[in-house]
Design a protein around this ligand. Structure first.
Ligand code: PLP
Length: 462
């Protein structure tokens, strides 16, 4: 049995898996810019993040471990607030990664916070996010969640169904408050992304369809209700989008509705929320647009569409989640076994897997990874990084080029795991969820503690 080592990439005639892996990188130890947190470096071959040595982090906090570069998060918040400027609004979509420290950071950088459940709302309130800066989404908010949101005086509720408009009207009258309501519009745009990350095509659960006239009717009902303030329109076309063409079509259609609202009700919409979805780099082949380009493009689209329709320009809101949280974090894993499957590749088993990163299994997501605990001059070895779970689909990195001298005990780092990894983590196979450690601002500290088996057993009350 020998490991497949490719000094210069796959050779002619060699048996390789059907799903073609990328060519090995020229320099295995190099940290490709754009994928790693801004505070990531190699120091004598060892990965450091925000000045913290990953070997010490693993020793102190255990593995798997999410290591989050606070300064990376803060700098990306500033990229967005600078790009959109004071007249428009940036809200962090908490679903990407939600804990009190994270929501405090984004809030202190001037971002609002989007929540989509009562749980996320409670985290935001307990983190001290000003209620007026909170927007609540969700296609099936429970009466109790709506009551808490309205009672706390949150800034906006995004209405997603006729039932919800009726519930909101009842709650508002009861509480003698007038919540600001945005109507979520399904624009029929087919976003260029994975099927499960597209949210504006007609056949899905979110929002009111433009095509069927439901969106016009929803606006009518909100406006007719004296206890609700119709604040404007909301559209979110999907996630991990690189191309602004979908936003252009969505904005065009939403502005069309705004014109009908003006004609029917004599109201100019005050706010237009175009949602989030701005893509990030997971591998060196990804080339997402910078925040300033996203802002220039979206602002340009809205300005042009409003000018063409003769509408005053509403305040624009965007809701990036992944683009704020995603690039900040790497997951550290300890290698447990290195198994050659002759003629195919080497399977590297680490101590986490689909319970801390379901994105590979759920979305076919691609990641890169690197040996983090030391440098190596060994040739690249085609590997698949897999987890501890009883599933052959338990893959962390489908195609990884790792040094051929990789051995049990080494630390691997997978970058760009700050969004939709901890927040989608599970206890599958009774694996406790990893801790999240913040680095880059003083001493490394846990911001979400590691679960223990006792935590899991405590829930088992049978
Ligand atoms: C309404 C809404 N806003 C914002 C987001 C954030 O998307 P992303 O993290 O891709 O920016 C989502 C994600 O699903 C969403 O549903």
């Amino acid at each position: 049995m020998s490991r497949i080592a490719h000094p210069a990439g796959p050779r002619h005639g060699e048996v390789l898996p059907a799903d073609h892996p990328p060519a090995p990188p020229a320099e295995l130890n190099a940290l490709h810019p754009g994928i790693w947190p801004r505070g990531a470096r190699r120091d004598g071959g060892v990965l450091t993040i925000g000045g913290a040595d990953v070997r010490e982090l693993a020793e102190r906090f255990g593995t798997p471990l999410y290591v989050c570069d606070e300064q990376d998060v803060r700098s990306r918040c500033r990229d967005y607030t600078d790009a959109f400027g004071p007249d428009d609004r940036v809200c962090y979509a908490a679903k990407a990664f939600c804990c009190r420290a994270m929501l405090r950071w984004v809030s202190s950088e001037g971002l609002g916070v989007d929540v989509c459940t009562g749980g996320e709302l409670e985290v935001a309130l307990s983190a001290g996010v000003p209620p007026r800066q909170i927007t609540m989404h969700g296609n099936n908010k429970a009466q109790g969640e709506l009551a808490r949101a309205v009672g706390a005086g949150i800034g906006h509720v995004v209405a997603d169904s006729f039932e919800e408009i009726a519930r909101l009207a009842f709650l508002a009258e009861d509480a003698a408050v007038t919540p600001n309501v945005l109507v979520r519009v399904t624009t029929g745009v087919e976003a260029t992304t994975h099927e499960f990350m597209a949210t504006a095509h007609d056949d899905q659960k979110f929002g009111f369809s433009l095509a069927s006239g439901a969106a016009d009717e929803a606006v009518r009902r909100v406006i007719a209700c004296p206890d609700l303030n119709f604040a404007g329109l909301h559209s979110h076309i999907g996630s991990q989008i690189f191309d602004t063409a979908g936003f252009e079509v969505a904005a065009h259609r939403v502005v069309g509705l705004a014109v009908r609202i003006r004609d029917e009700h004599g109201i100019d919409i005050a706010e237009l929320d175009l949602g989030g979805g701005f893509g990030i780099a997971y591998t060196r082949d990804d080339d997402p647009p910078a925040a300033k380009d996203v802002a220039q493009s979206l602002r340009g689209i809205v300005d042009a569409q409003c000018a063409a329709a003769g509408l005053p320009r509403p305040r624009l809101t965007v809701e990036p989640g992944r683009a704020i949280a995603g690039p900040s974090t790497v997951t550290l894993y300890r290698v447990g076994t290195v198994k050659d499957v002759d003629g195919l590749r080497t399977y590297v088993s680490v101590d986490g897997g689909m319970s801390d990163n379901i994105r590979t299994a759920l979305y076919d997501a691609d990641y890169e990874c690197a040996l983090a605990s030391r440098a190596s001059s060994a040739p690249p070895m085609l590997s698949r990084v897999v987890g501890v779970h009883c599933e052959s689909g338990d893959i962390v990195v489908r195609h990884a080029w790792l040094p051929a001298d990789l051995a049990p005990g080494d630390l691997l780092a997978v970058p760009a795991t700050g969004a939709y990894c901890r927040s989608l983590a599970s206890n599958y196979n009774h694996v406790p969820r990893p801790a999240v450690v913040a680095v880059g601002d003083g001493a490394p500290r846990e911001i979400v503690r590691r679960e223990t088996l006792d935590d899991l057993l405590a829930l088992d009350v049978g």
